[in-house]
Design a protein around this ligand. Structure first.
Ligand SMILES: Cc1ncc(C[n+]2csc(CCOP(=O)(O)OP(=O)(O)O)c2C)c(N)n1
Length: 589
């Protein structure tokens, strides 16, 4: 009997061409238009750094991940693109958390790429992993403030997850997305054509014609309407549409902190900022309005005087129409007659088109009222704009800054007198030139965010106006500016303390304990200008009020980063609105 030998048919598998994933990822980022990544190295991400070095993408290396996150945030605000941040795991990720949360609360699109432990060590608690409650879940640290947190478990998932991350960061209400990548995945092989899909081009939601007609009719027939603009108007680049609507129906315009710049500060219909650090005329017109149409705002606490009806908004009886990209914002803090989920630019363009040529109620002496109200408030402080006092009055610092910086130059603030004073008193005429941390109000934002602003717009002036507290929180920004050749200016308002909080504490408790910079009971002031020189940058110590203007001019025309330290009186910013923390403090025996 003959045996038949088994017949084996050899099917030759077509060879799949592969490359190292980090190279394919970098090329994909180039395809998406990413031209800069801010970050700080660690052993989990050097495979990606190796690929980045060979790419067209610029890597701006910082000395602290919070700085990298704020710089990516500033870049996104100034460029209109998605900021990209690269961090190491564990301490890198936790250091970045504050900056990413700050971006989240201001709706800034950002993709965070973080290295992680090798995936084959999941569960063994390897070096630098945060794992006390669950294995391999350090990415969950970002969950409360990211739109989505992804961990890449297989290299084949990397392309899909990157596409999702860039899509989600920008869509709807923008915000940060985390992609956490175990370090072995960066070095794994991946099919060369694995990164196929790019995020969809998104059409933005518009407002239907009947709703447009209804809103225009409500505004035209209202007796005391107010148009209220938030940061959403600026991020949607909708300021000319806002002006067209305001002018067509003769509407006064109030704004939030993030909405500053929505209308030129010298526009006769501009009321100014609302809330605790707002202006009296803006608070009064909003409080007594019969209709408010709010666009791109959270109607957040600081701008709404803690929602106390005696100060900024009294809704009802005021009727509220609220247009926002995020349906979750509508109706949360105030009863809302009509909520509209729409893109601010499309909505305002449609409203302005419908309003053009339509008749509206006579607004009486509205423009005169506004001018008078603004003048009356300014008379409380505008004489300080020329004060020769030394240490300087904060208002003099604002005046010199406004004179020195071109209209299209950026003013990047931190928290403290700088943010509150600029929001209230500093004329902004070009939309988007005022960059500030609003939702999280992070001390340390300004000195770092200005780096990203300058990367985005190298031909425009970029000045960070900050307190000495905010500046000294993370002065290594000077090293980054030197290395990345970013000739930014930090103007430090030096009042030898955390002045805003010192002011609050002394108002309520009669002490500034824990808020002043002191040594042996005496004011302690560091020489930040000398520190800048130690980094190889320019440093200028202001010694009289007359020094400041020329120092700013020189700094702006110099090619080196410059720190200007301006000793300043700790005078409080006026607070025409209300903040209900002031009702909470109680003094014991
Ligand atoms: C990270 C962080 N910590 C604490 C605060 C609370 N805070 C708000 S304003 C402020 C003082 C800021 O001091 P400085 O930068 O010197 O500005 P100034 O108030 O003196 O104008 C502090 C500590 C904060 N906003 N952010």
């Amino acid at each position: 009997m003959s045996t038949v030998a088994p017949h084996t048919v050899q099917h030759a598998e077509p060879a799949i061409e592969t490359r190292i994933a980090s190279y394919l990822l970098t090329e994909y980022l180039e395809r998406l238009g990413v031209d800069v990544i801010f970050g700080l190295c660690g052993h989990t991400i050097i495979a990606l750094l190796d690929a980045l070095e060979k790419s067209r993408i610029r890597f701006v290396s910082t000395r602290h991940e919070q700085i990298a996150a704020h710089a990516a945030d500033g870049y996104a605000r100034a460029s209109g693109k998605t900021g990209v941040l690269l961090t190491h795991l564990g301490p890198g990720l936790t250091n970045a958390a504050t900056g990413v949360a700050n971006a989240a609360l201001d709706s800034i699109p950002m993709v965070v790429i973080a290295g992680d432990v090798p995936s084959h060590y999941f569960g063994r608690h390897p070096h630098q992993e945060v794992n006390l409650h669950q294995d391999a879940d350090q990415f969950q640290i970002f969950r409360p403030f990211c739109k989505r947190v992804y961990r890449v478990d297989r290299v084949e998932d990397l392309p899909r997850i990157m596409e999702r991350a860039f899509h989600l960061a920008r869509s709807g209400r923008p915000g940060p997305v985390l992609v956490d990548v175990p370090m072995d995945i960066f070095s794994a092989d991946l099919a060369v054509d694995a990164f196929q899909h790019v995020p969809a081009v998104m059409a933005h939601p518009a407002v239907d014609a009947s709703t447009v007609a209804l809103i225009v009719d409500a505004l035209a027939s209202a007796e005391r309407p107010v148009l209220y603009a938030g940061g959403g108007v600026l991020s949607a680049r909708a300021t000319s549409e806002l002006a067209a609507l305001a002018e067509a129906l003769e509407l006064p315009v109030a704004h939030t902190l993030m909405g500053k710049g929505c209308l030129r500060d010298d526009h006769p219909l501009l009321l100014g900022q609302t809330g605790f650090w707002g202006t009296p005329i803006s608070n009064e017109k909003c409080r007594t309005a019969d209709l408010i149409v709010a666009v791109g705002t959270r109607l957040a606490e600081a701008n709404s005087s803690s929602w106390d009806p005696r100060f900024t908004f009294s809704i009802p009886p005021t009727r509220l129409i609220h247009i926002d990209a995020d349906e979750g914002e509508i109706g949360r803090n105030y009863p809302t007659e009509l909520g509209v989920v729409a893109d601010a630019k499309l909505a305002l363009a449609a409203l302005a088109a419908a309003a053009r040529g339509s008749s509206h109620r006579d607004r009486g002496r509205l423009r005169d009222d506004i001018a008078r109200g603004r003048r009356a408030f300014a008379s409380n402080w505008d004489h300080h704009w020329s004060s020769d006092q030394f240490p300087l009055r904060p208002e003099r610092i604002l005046a010199e800054l406004r004179k020195a910086v071109p209209e299209d130059g950026f003013i990047v603030t931190d928290v403290g007198w700088n943010k509150n004073g600029v929001g209230q008193q500093f004329p902004i005429t070009v939309p988007g030139t005022f960059v500030t941390p609003s939702g999280l109000a992070t001390m340390g934002f300004g000195p770092a965010a200005v780096l990203g602003v300058k990367v985005a717009c190298p031909d425009r002036a970029a000045v960070s106006l900050i307190g000495d507290g905010g500046f000294s929180a993370n002065p290594s920004v000077i090293a980054t500016a030197m290395e990345a050749e970013l000739p930014v200016v930090w103007l430090v308002m030096d009042n030898a303390g955390f002045g805003t909080i010192a002011g609050l504490e002394s108002m309520h408790y009669g002490t500034s304990f824990g808020c002043l910079f002191e040594r042996c009971g005496k004011p302690y002031a560091a020489d930040y200008a000398a520190m800048a020189r130690a980094f190889g940058a320019r440093g200028v110590m202001i010694e009289s009020a007359a020094d400041l203007g020329p120092a700013l001019q020189e700094a702006l025309s110099s090619n080196l980063p410059t720190v200007i330290q301006a000793p300043m009186e700790n005078a409080p910013t006026p607070t025409p609105g209300h903040w209900n923390i002031n009702d909470i403090y109680r003094k014991g025996e």
